[in-house]
Design a binder for this molecule. Structure first.
Ligand SMILES: [Zn+2]
Length: 301
């Protein structure tokens, strides 16, 4: 199938994946519930086949983000093209198996993938889209129309196929990223928002398939900028923490000269960048990577 011609193609095969990170419980629980009772999925999207999968079962079993490497960075075409050694990392093997089962990337048997994540950051219900095209714009506008408090995060600094994200195995894909929720824990509000957003996406696909998408105008969104590292000393040890004024303020404006870090003596460190909208603030999974937060610009999408 192709989205590049003006001819209309139906989305016939959808997968909903969770457990790409094995300690993100809202998606894992949602998939478990839908495996018991898939009727909400079929009511939302009767015109497509919907598959459910836990992507990284060993990590889910161990309740860890990953066993050897981050699975959600294994799906670039270059990595998928490499042969898999017997002693390859767990996630390299899983990525190749996943690509064989649901892809292959670039010529995929899966038309659309919803990959469900959660974050320890206070990002609320966030839809991450990876392409700035009419389909993703209409999807974002529809999700925003049925979930006005949702956040649209556009990560389009490279082509969809160039991302290493799991959802790019499908012809089209998005990530549902809801927070705050601790790793390994399940929070009812996060679970419910995860379910609501996933069903909204399925409802949109039904509208797309039946060519009945309502005419919705552009919505406020955020365009991913760059990752900001924690300050470190020459031994690469952190010398500061997220400032209390910034902590939990995902998608609120951070203005030049406002405090963004506080060092261990209590001294404020000021933001020296442009006005920005930080997110993934203090995300636990990025702490060992020394990533403090990501920046974004406001945009219409
Ligand atoms: Zn995740």
């Amino acid at each position: 199938m192709s989205f590049t011609t003006r001819q209309h193609f139906e989305i016939k095969n959808v997968i909903i994946s969770a457990g790409t990170h094995g300690n993100e419980m809202s998606g894992i629980e949602a998939v478990a519930q839908w495996q018991n009772n898939p009727s909400p999925l079929h009511e939302a999207l009767p015109s497509a086949h919907i598959g459910l999968t836990l992507a990284n079962k060993p990590a889910v079993k161990a309740r860890v983000r990953y066993v050897d490497e981050d699975l959600n960075r294994q799906f670039s075409q270059a990595k998928l093209n490499m042969s898999v050694a017997e002693n390859a990392p767990n996630e390299v093997k899983i990525a190749h198996d996943f690509n064989a089962e649901f892809g292959p990337k670039g010529q995929s048997k899966t038309d659309f993938c919803i990959d469900i994540h959660n974050t320890t950051s206070n990002m609320g219900p966030t839809l991450i889209v990876l392409e700035n095209d009419e389909f993703n714009q209409q999807l974002a506008r529809f999700v925003k129309s049925v979930m006005p408090h949702s956040v649209i995060l556009v990560e389009d600094y490279q082509a969809f196929a160039d991302f290493g994200y799991l959802c790019t195995v499908a012809t089209k894909g998005v990530m549902v990223e809801v927070g705050p929720q601790l790793q390994g824990a399940l929070r009812a509000s996060v679970y419910q928002q995860t379910v609501d957003m996933s069903l909204a996406i399925l409802r949109f696909i039904e509208l797309y398939n039946t060519q009945t998408i309502p005419n919705l105008g552009p919505v406020q969104a955020y365009r991913f900028g760059l990752e900001v590292a924690y300050p470190t000393n020459s031994q690469k040890q952190k010398t500061a923490m997220i400032h209390p004024n910034l902590d939990g303020k995902d998608f609120a404006p951070l203005l030049p000269q406002q405090p963004c870090f506080i060092d261990f003596t209590g001294k404020d460190l000021l933001w020296e960048g442009n006005a920005s909208y930080p997110h993934f603030i203090g995300e636990a999974a990025y702490d060992h990577l020394n990533i403090a937060f990501a920046t974004a610009d406001k945009c219409l999408f």
